[in-house]
Design a binder for this molecule. Structure first.
Ligand code: GFB
Length: 325
């Protein structure tokens, strides 16, 4: 099968986030039309009637659901109400409105944290809901699992061609560089860079350095998203990974080398490690004809070049207590 994008109006929900921006860059090479996000003040994606009215007026034919509240392990742990509430509302509103307005195909992006903390490695899609989740990101994981189940339910009950993809840990242009709420790639890139500029003797890395993570360059993810849209239609979510993992200590060494920092690395063991290992089994997407192409050092080089040329306008998402508003 090959789903055709020609002349179709495509909406990337969340097009100002890292994944949404990468999707927009990738879609510029496709023969489709791109719908610009209405902006948060015009349409709050957590408000059902605002989403329904906007989608009914714009009538996108294809939707990529990248919008959501995201953050690293500290943000997930500190703001579970926001992560659960915002993500549940955003995905339920968009998926339901997509059904009501006859969206032909929708791709929902989840996260590798949907899997049990002690899932077998590499993690197959079938590991979903087979064991307890990692405590620090349980709220976000439950919301993302609900998104998968929404796509499946609308497919079963209404015949909607809604699919979902589970990316591994991501990095790339447009990342959130807030020192506390970011994921490890942005936190370390910034910290090593600032330490180099300040000629500091050491850089602090959270935790023990022993957890293992798989890192995917965000433009590879966007390419996988287009590939799945074209070539996949089914109930199961599909993993998207790079195919190999590294320890956080090894990852810190890669960033240190990329930035050119010459001091020491020290570990702050008062900070949690989170899940011990998260490596996705990406054989299903590989069988569909897609594999990641950006090696880690090449991706990090592009990431750092982007960081250097965007000094002064870096995104630093401060997570505030949205649910108390
Ligand atoms: O990227 P990160 O916050 O996400 O942390 P998770 C990954 C690992 O890096 C953990 C270590 O073992 C951290 O202890 N780490 C070292 C750091 N230094 C730092 C630092 O300065 N900042 C951060 N943030 N980590 C997230 C979930 O889990 O994965 C999300 O919380 C999402 O829900 C995302 O699913 C993909 O991989 O642990």
């Amino acid at each position: 099968m090959s789903f055709d994008l020609t002349d179709k109006l495509v909406w990337v929900a969340g097009q100002h986030g890292m994944v949404g921006r990468a999707m927009m860059r990738r879609l510029e090479r496709e023969p489709c039309a791109l719908l610009l996000d209405p902006g948060r003040t015009a349409v709050d994606l957590r408000r059902q009637s605002e989403v329904e009215d906007w989608m009914a007026a714009q009538r996108p034919r294809i939707a990529f659901l990248t919008a959501g509240r995201v953050g690293g392990m500290y943000a997930n742990d500190a703001f579970p109400a926001d992560f659960l509430y915002d993500n549940l509302l955003i995905e339920a509103n968009i998926i339901h409105a997509a059904y009501r307005t006859g969206v032909e195909k929708l791709l929902f992006f989840g996260s590798s944290c949907i899997y049990p903390r002690d899932a077998p490695q590499p993690i197959p899609e079938a590991a979903l809901l087979t064991g307890p989740l990692e405590r620090t990101n349980e709220a976000y994981a439950v919301a993302k699992i609900a998104g998968i189940k929404l796509c499946q339910a609308y497919r079963r009950q209404h015949g909607c061609d809604f699919i979902s993809a589970m990316p591994t840990n991501l990095y790339g242009p447009g990342d959130n560089f807030h020192p506390e709420t970011s994921h490890v790639p942005a936190a370390l890139l910034r910290r090593f860079h600032e330490a180099k500029m300040a000629r500091a003797a050491e850089v602090v890395v959270w935790g023990s350095g022993t957890p293992r993570r798989e890192f995917l360059y965000v433009d590879d993810l966007a390419d996988a998203g287009i590939h799945l849209l074209r070539h996949y239609s089914g109930e199961s979510h599909i993993n998207i990974g790079a195919g190999y993992d590294v320890t956080i200590a090894e990852f810190a060494e890669h960033i240190k080398r990329c930035v050119g920092f010459e001091g020491r690395i020290v570990y702050d063991r008062s900070r949690p490690d989170g899940t011990p290992r998260k490596l996705l089994d990406s054989r299903r997407i590989q069988a569909l004809g897609w594999s990641a192409t950006t090696p880690l050092d090449e991706g990090l080089k592009r990431y750092y070049d982007w960081f250097l040329s965007n000094q002064g306008k870096l995104r630093e998402t401060v997570i505030e207590a949205a649910t108390s508003k």
